[in-house]
Write a protein that binds this ligand. Structure first.
Ligand SMILES: Cc1cc2nc3c(=O)[nH]c(=O)nc-3n(C[C@H](O)[C@H](O)[C@H](O)COP(=O)(O)OP(=O)(O)OC[C@H]3O[C@@H](n4cnc5c(N)ncnc54)[C@H](O)[C@@H]3O)c2cc1C
Ligand code: SF4
Ligand code: SF4
Length: 507
């Protein structure tokens, strides 16, 4: 029968260590780890023991014969990975700009008994901070101070992951177990660089790990960005997830057509939420104000604009597959450029573009409103770049390139979803071009005792599980520094820090 890994897999490799027959790949020791969209189970070796299902924090593993209808393709997707086993694994350089090549470890992992008590502060309670905390708590005797500027822990698991991905959100429960660990002090509502300074934090700890993520979004740099109705996916995502700093009325869904600029997974998340039947979202973690607005929504069509062809779209296969199963929603490919259809038709069965075979292809008259069809729709427009957000004060449309020349897609809302971007953490060096803090193996360049992990370290790409290997690298570097005796000694007492934190935090 065999088991199969499905859509919600976040690559954290927890299942690998529990599989008695080593049939889940790529493992963290294999070169392809970190470059595949998910892990896969070899159906020829799997002995159906179910250990991986119990271990998986996001309910991504099922016996093949009990796969839900909308996940059946995953039996083939898992098997197909092993059919390619003889092929040469890709070089890191071939994997595109979003791939982070992990440096080879330059240290031997030290044992907890190699050093005395250690006080480590971790700034940020998203996946990267929590994997670092878990590593320190399980493998050393360190005391950990966990800090987050928000009154709720979880980072993007809480305020990024879409509410209709409840299994993925459950990874937050696994992280939350460490909030009450006897060696952890958690301070929420405390901003480092605002409520307390980086120097105050460093003075009370042997080491500080910054896991502050990538809090803002990239700009398009085209005319009209200031027009009302041009918003960032960052704020829409935060709005529907009930982020405490985004006003309940921040998003108004009064437009019939929305143009989403970008076609990565965040773009697909936003498109899916905007066209889904709101009743399917009731009962999820969606913010009540967002659900109410979605119930009033006039949105009938979301256009996903991407510069590349269908083979080089930024979304992952699993997110596109999920989109094909949203009830009441049609997918359409805008046939404006013959190369789009050619790429889809010529794609081999394992190529990304092949997933759009069977999706209707038609030219779209963008000067017309979407129409009053019963069903809502998502239109993919590939090989097309935005030139201008048009209108007066409000948006009238988005002028874009294409094989049909420059056209204006009439729309009342434009949403840029072209990536997140790191914000310089107070007091740390910052690479403005990359939006990250420069580091060597996680150690901030030129700052003894200061480390980075997660999106602020390697840029805003990679799912939740990618932060686990990232945290292992950073914690490994930190422990090597402890053993080498290069950490500056703290001058303040732990108790005085916790008193300071309680006084300063916002309630
Ligand atoms: C919209 C969206 C949807 C996603 N969906 C998925 C998904 O379905 N599956 C998946 O595998 N991955 C998903 N990801 C990717 C995943 O969320 C990231 O890999 C992960 O959250 C990055 O972790 P991080 O800890 O570096 O940053 P974050 O999760 O952003 O955590 C950073 C934390 O630091 C805190 N912080 C920032 N500055 C300060 C400061 N000065 N003082 C104190 N605290 C501070 C923040 O409040 C935040 O809690 C998604 C990402 C986005 C943007
Ligand atoms: S069911 Fe058992 S043998 Fe099969 S992949 Fe999972 S852990 Fe491995
Ligand atoms: S989420 Fe983790 S444990 Fe679950 S299938 Fe993916 S790699 Fe395995």
């Amino acid at each position: 029968m065999a088991f199969a890994i499905t859509q919600t897999c976040c690559n954290d490799a927890t299942c690998v260590s529990v599989c008695p027959v080593n049939c889940i790949h790529p493992t963290p020791e294999e070169r392809a780890f970190g470059s595949t969209e998910m892990l896969y189970i070899d159906p020829k070796t799997c002995i159906d023991c179910g250990a991986c299902t119990d271990a998986c924090p996001v309910d991504a593993v099922f016996p093949v014969d009990s796969l839900p209808v909308d996940q059946r393709e995953y039996a083939d997707i898992n098997a197909a990975y092993f059919e390619r086993a003889g092929e040469e694994a890709p070089e890191a350089d071939d994997l595109g700009p979003n791939f982070h090549a992990w440096s080879e470890p330059t240290f031997e992992r030290v044992l907890p008994s190699d050093f005395g008590p250690l006080r480590v502060a971790i700034v940020g309670t998203g996946p990267a901070g929590m994997y670092a905390a878990e590593d320190l708590l399980l493998h050393t005797r360190a005391d950990v101070t966990l800090i987050d500027r928000l009154p709720v822990a979880g980072g993007l698991v809480r305020h990024g992951v879409a509410p209709d991905h409840p299994a993925t959100k459950r990874v937050g429960d696994a992280f939350a177990r460490f909030h009450t660990h006897p060696r952890v002090r958690l301070h929420l509502g405390l901003e480092v660089g605002g409520d307390i300074t980086a120097e105050e934090l460093a003075a009370h700890h042997d080491a500080v790990i910054y896991a502050v993520g990538a809090a803002t979004d990239r700009r398009l740099g085209i005319p009209g960005e200031e027009r009302t109705g041009n918003v960032s996916a960052t704020s829409v995502v935060a709005w529907y997830n009930g982020h405490p700093e985004v006003a309940p009325d921040a998003v108004a869904l009064s437009a019939e057509r929305v143009v989403v600029i970008g076609n990565g997974n965040v773009a697909l998340d936003v498109a899916r939420i905007l066209v889904s039947d709101p009743e399917t979202l009731a009962g999820t973690t969606i913010a009540p104000h967002a659900l109410a607005e979605l119930r009033r929504s006039k949105v009938r069509e979301v256009v996903l604009l991407g510069r590349g062809d269908p083979e080089h779209a930024a979304y992952t296969r699993s997110e596109l597959l999920a989109l094909r199963h949203v009830p009441g929603v049609d997918l359409i490919v805008d046939d404006h450029d013959p190369r789009v259809g050619t790429t889809i038709d010529a794609a081999g069965p394992k190529e990304k573009a092949a997933l759009l075979r069977g999706v209707a292809r038609q030219p779209v008259d963008w000067s017309l409103p979407p129409g009053a069809a019963e069903r809502r729709r998502i239109v993919f427009r590939f090989l097309s770049a935005p030139l201008e957000i048009c209108g007066d004060e409000d948006i009238r449309g988005v002028r874009v390139t294409g094989a049909d020349g420059e056209v204006e897609i009439s729309a009342g809302m434009a949403l840029r979803a072209i990536g997140y971007r790191g914000v310089p953490p107070a007091g740390l060096p910052f690479d403005d071009a990359a939006g990250t803090v420069p580091h060597e193996g996680g150690r901030v360049t030129g700052r003894a005792g200061t480390y980075v992990v997660g999106w602020i370290k390697r840029g805003p790409s990679g799912g939740i599980g990618a932060n686990r290997a990232c945290a292992a690298e950073t914690v490994g570097t930190l422990l090597a520094d402890v053993v080498a005796g290069v950490l500056p000694a703290p001058t303040g007492h732990p108790k005085s820090f916790h008193r300071l934190a309680r006084r300063r935090r916002r309630h």
